[in-house]
Design a protein around this ligand. Structure first.
Ligand SMILES: *Cc1c(COP(=O)(O)O)cnc(C)c1O
Length: 423
């Protein structure tokens, strides 16, 4: 049996209906934007392996930092102890996070980063003896797959089976162009008729919904409404963080600052699972008390894992390097050029670009479902052509590693253009 066959024997894959899924390619090597499977077939990773890998696969600089840390101190518990890479990482993050973010809580993945933020919001009010248990979130949001994160996610087939077991969430429309006042109205309404603790949102881009974008101006307005009503704002930057939108964080486009931020994907350059939730001093102070019971009783075994922190430190250094910054600008400019070229194609409904994110919507007569026929046809076409892209319904998006070469990027565009002919 080869690896793919053994995989089928042993594994249960994420978001996968195994009855209708064939053997999956077994990736054995990666370098830069390229991956190779066990048969030697080459793929361009045009979605940076679910948005985690800006600096390329098997990056030597990050690998060296990980090796040095592994052979100095691989792990030590964060309960009762601290460690050097964690301290150095937080020190670096404080320089680039919104200036009101003062405390850093470590966990393992995007969902747990969201979970920590939601729990902190709810317990903050509980500690004050105030009953506020409702959370506000956008329609079609994606915040992860654990229960709190799932409750705040709005993509229904992800969460349908668990309705009734979830925290109270009120959903408001996404303020895409033309829907700004509807969204604002709904936020006012939600706050007036409920005891709301927090508003969680993906700033400027909803990744899993298909790179749905909205403007910073309206997000500023929504955040202002929340501030006026003492509703905490949680910026879920798990996807947008570390340069995807063209700035370090999507929140850097805003005048208002969020009360909490969730970070994970790309934090360690796609090497070691790690996540961070950041807080204002005011939120931290809501737990700071002589009473032990007012502490945040949340933690994960691998909290602030030194090796993960060392990988994150190296990644941050790369992000801030001239060469990566230049690559980000190049990818953005290429996306803009491709957009100009493709937007008038008869099969294209809309296109959008922000930072290194490109998306186009294909014209269809049917309401295309998330994992529907068109999506599968496109996905298979891309894989056959050696390009890893995961369309969402009729939306094709590109979010490549920043270091993707110009030739590789042009090939991705060409295959996307060819794909329009098969749907
Ligand atoms: C991927 C994602 C999550 C969940 O992160 P996991 O590491 O998959 O748990 C949460 N929020 C956003 C915006 C994401 O893109």
């Amino acid at each position: 049996m080869n690896l793919s066959e053994k995989d089928q024997l042993y594994h249960w894959h994420p978001y996968t209906q195994h009855k209708t899924t064939c053997l999956l390619p077994a990736i054995v090597r990666g370098e830069g934007a390229l991956l190779w499977d066990e048969n030697g077939k080459e793929y361009i990773d045009a979605i940076a392996s679910w948005w985690v890998n800006p600096y390329g696969h098997s990056n030597q600089f990050i690998a060296d930092a990980i090796y040095a840390q592994l052979t100095t101190l691989e792990h030590v518990l964060f309960g009762g102890f601290t460690n050097k890479p964690a301290v150095l990482l937080s020190e670096q993050l404080m320089k680039i996070l919104p200036s009101n973010q003062k405390k850093i809580f470590f966990s393992d993945n995007g969902s747990t980063a969201v979970e920590v933020a939601l729990k902190a919001a709810l317990q903050y009010f509980y500690n004050k003896g105030e009953k506020r248990t409702t959370v506000i979130a956008f329609e079609d949001a994606f915040h992860g797959d654990t229960f709190g994160a799932m409750a705040s996610s709005g993509i229904t087939f992800f969460t349908e089976a668990f309705q009734g077991s979830l925290i109270d969430v009120i959903r408001i429309p996404v303020p895409t162009e033309g829907n700004e006042s509807k969204s604002k109205e709904a936020l006012h309404q939600a706050i007036q008729s409920n005891a709301c603790a927090a508003f969680i949102f993906e700033p400027l881009v909803q990744g899993a919904a298909g790179m749905v974008m909205y403007a910073p101006e309206i997000l500023n307005e929504l955040l202002t409404i929340c501030k006026e009503n003492q509703v905490f704002t949680i910026a879920d930057e798990v996807m947008t963080g570390f340069g995807k939108t063209g700035k370090t964080f999507a929140c850097d486009y805003l005048k208002q600052q969020p009360d909490m931020m969730c970070l994970s994907k790309a934090l360690t350059g796609g090497t070691i699972p790690m996540a961070i939730t950041t807080f204002t001093a005011a939120i931290f102070d809501g737990f700071y008390d002589d009473d032990t019971n007012k502490a945040l009783f949340h933690g994960h075994t691998f909290t602030a894992n030194p090796t993960g922190c060392a990988a994150a430190l190296a990644s941050l250094q790369l992000l801030q390097s001239e060469s990566i910054q230049a690559n980000m600008k190049r990818v953005h400019q290429s996306h803009m050029d491709f957009q100009s070229k493709i937007k008038s194609h008869p099969k294209v409904k809309t296109t959008r670009v922000l930072g290194v994110i490109f998306a186009l919507e294909i014209i269809t007569e049917n309401q295309e479902s998330y994992y529907g026929t068109m999506r599968n046809k496109l996905y298979n076409f891309f894989i056959e052509n050696g390009i890893i892209l995961r369309p969402v319904g009729n939306i094709v998006y590109i979010l490549p590693p920043y270091i993707i070469s110009q030739n590789q990027l042009e090939k991705v565009y060409q295959v996307v253009e060819n794909a329009l002919e098969i749907v």
